[in-house]
Design a protein around this ligand. Structure first.
Ligand code: SF4
Length: 262
């Protein structure tokens, strides 16, 4: 392995060390990483996560205050008026399917779990609208049970870092989980997703303004010129992200700071 091609011919130990370094750099880069879906309990998080399919967290956070005020318990969802709920969640897209999932979720919680969201993966994945990814979000953020959230950003980034070649989300979850301490899984997931939304974009990653450049085998997938890369950073901390990567924050335009992280 050469220093210019991290991950080129790597031992299992080398991979684990590089993965841990990536984890540490991400923690320094994104001290604000958190679950971006607003919620105050497990039911609200389950609902927000179901709504987040094919939508942005920002859009969900615009809709949920009214929704959560109208439906406070699983029984409220179970007995909801379909047309009224559809109107409330319409801006999130696929509102008919999502309404269906939320009403069924409410019914299942009332019938099988006494109206409470269960705190076990095996139980969560039996609920309507809740797959393994959603279940891990709920476990990690509502119950403090460590979980890895393999969403589209997480998949793209761990592939770019060559932490695993697996493509099946469950296999990715296990392969990446084995590289980190279990207690770090939830925060690692948030930080990876933050990096994917703000720096390592699907189409044009900001390689020249990325704190992981030295650890990343895919450095060069996006522009390496700091002046070009700085324009690709996104979100209110875009200038801090540039500084963390050793790039002049003046190169980050105002629209990058104002840009919504997708
Ligand atoms: S160097 Fe480029 S590809 Fe690698 S993590 Fe950073 S932005 Fe993504």
């Amino acid at each position: 392995m050469t220093s210019s091609s991290p991950g080129a011919t790597e031992t299992a130990l080398g991979l684990k060390r590089r993965a841990r370094r990536i984890g540490r750099v991400l923690a320094e880069t994104h001290p604000d990483a958190h679950c971006e879906l607003d919620h105050s309990n497990a039911l609200e998080l389950a609902v927000a996560t179901i709504l987040s399919a094919q939508s942005t967290d920002k859009k969900i956070n615009e809709v949920t205050p009214t929704l959560f005020a109208r439906y406070r318990t699983a029984a409220d969802y179970a007995g909801a008026d379909r047309a009224e709920m559809e109107t409330l969640i319409r801006p999130t897209g696929f509102f008919r399917n999502k309404t269906d999932s939320l009403i069924k979720l409410g019914r299942a919680l009332v019938e099988r779990y006494d109206g409470r969201v269960p705190a076990k993966l095996a139980d969560l994945v039996t609920l309507p609208g809740i797959g393994r990814k959603t279940a891990n979000v709920i476990l990690g953020n509502a119950f403090d049970v460590p979980g890895i959230t393999v969403d589209t950003h997480f998949q793209r980034l761990v592939h770019r870092w060559r932490l695993t070649a697996e493509t099946d989300p469950v296999k990715i979850e296990h392969a990446v989980g084995a590289l980190y301490e279990k207690r770090d899984w939830t925060m690692l997931s948030h930080r990876v997703i933050f990096h994917g939304r703000r720096v390592c974009h699907a189409r044009k990653p900001a390689c020249g303004a990325c704190t992981l450049a030295k650890l990343c085998p895919s450095y060069g997938t996006g522009p390496t010129d700091p002046a070009l890369a700085a324009k690709l950073l996104k979100g209110p901390r875009a200038r801090d992200l540039a500084v963390a990567a050793g790039v002049d924050p003046e190169l980050v335009p105002a629209q990058a700071v104002a840009a919504e992280a997708p």
